[in-house]
Write a protein that binds this ligand. Structure first.
Ligand SMILES: NC(=O)c1ccc[n+]([C@@H]2O[C@H](COP(=O)([O-])OP(=O)(O)OC[C@H]3O[C@@H](n4cnc5c(N)ncnc54)[C@H](O)[C@@H]3O)[C@@H](O)[C@H]2O)c1
Length: 257
């Protein structure tokens, strides 16, 4: 029986992935702010350290897989918190659990980024360098001056920096035998998307957008891709970002890939 840790396990894609992995007979250590095997607030450094310590204790220092799904959407009014959970929360779990993964069997990690990661490319990402430097005060200062759509700046900027963080780790992790990839979902019917739809600022734009496949995804349609990326069929996929977006990225950037 393999041991996996899944952040954001309470709802949405994290819950769907945890359920799928458990249905295959794997042991899953769920991490979330409530209702999880490991209860921790990934928006603050102490919460992140406590989460890493609790997972290490529960898995006995050996993990076969890690899925990072915890995140907040653009509509959240505490803009720094969006960046804190989406970027610092994920990177701290990656780095804190890397050695446990290195001791696992055919280990792999999958990080949920977003199609939004390409809306704020690295050279135009106003918070990318500050996130990478771990400079929360500078991130806060940029977001404070980012205007009405600061929530989206925090969201797309943190997702871009997160994909970059994964790609920057590809050599070191590869040498240690751990595969590491991101999935970039489009619109997926989860509580996070519903909160965006209910928001007066972001709701109308989200509602207007229709993916080329003509519908939004169900969380289970992302979970199956994550399961594949964790498993033996993906044994040579490393450092990739897999779009699971009903064709949205190809539609908006047909010449860039
Ligand atoms: N739903 C979409 O359309 C969509 C699209 C692209 C990317 N994403 C990303 O997918 C991931 C999963 O989102 P989802 O749509 O399943 O949303 P969701 O809200 O259902 O799941 C997110 C989970 O993260 C947890 N979480 C939030 N803040 C936390 C904190 N401070 N500490 C610990 N846990 C915390 C929540 O409790 C929740 O269980 C997120 O990273 C999100 O940015 C979502």
């Amino acid at each position: 029986m393999s041991a996996f840790a899944v952040s954001g396990s309470r709802t949405g894609m994290g819950a769907a992935t945890a359920a799928l992995l458990r249905s295959r007979g794997h042991r899953v250590i769920g991490i979330d702010i409530a209702d999880a095997d490991v209860t921790a607030d990934l928006s603050v450094a102490e919460g992140r350290a406590a989460a890493v310590a609790a997972v290490l204790e529960q898995c006995g220092g050996v993990l076969d897989g890690l899925v990072l799904s915890a995140g907040l959407g653009s509509q959240v009014k505490a803009h720094l918190k969006i960046a804190a959970v989406n970027y610092f929360g994920a990177v701290a779990m990656l780095d804190g659990l890397r050695d446990a993964l290195a001791r696992g069997s055919s280990p792999a990690a999958v990080v949920i980024s977003s199609v939004a990661s390409v809306q704020s490319p690295w050279d135009q990402n106003p918070i990318g360098a500050a996130l990478e430097a771990g400079d929360e005060a500078r991130v806060a200062a940029v977001l404070a001056g980012a205007g009405e759509y600061a929530g989206h700046v925090a969201y797309s900027g943190s997702k871009n920096a997160l994909t970059v963080a994964v790609r920057r780790r590809v050599t070191e992790w590869g040498q240690r035998g751990i595969r590491l990839n991101t999935v970039a979902p489009g619109m997926v019917e989860t509580p996070l998307l519903q909160a965006g739809l209910d928001d007066p600022l972001y709701g109308p734009a989200i509602n207007r957008f229709v993916a080329p496949l003509g519908r939004r995804a169900r969380p289970e349609e992302i979970a199956t891709v994550i399961e594949f990326l964790l498993g033996p069929g993906a044994s040579y996929i490393h450092g990739a970002q897999i779009f699971v977006d009903g064709g949205s990225d190809a539609h908006s950037r047909p010449t860039q890939f």
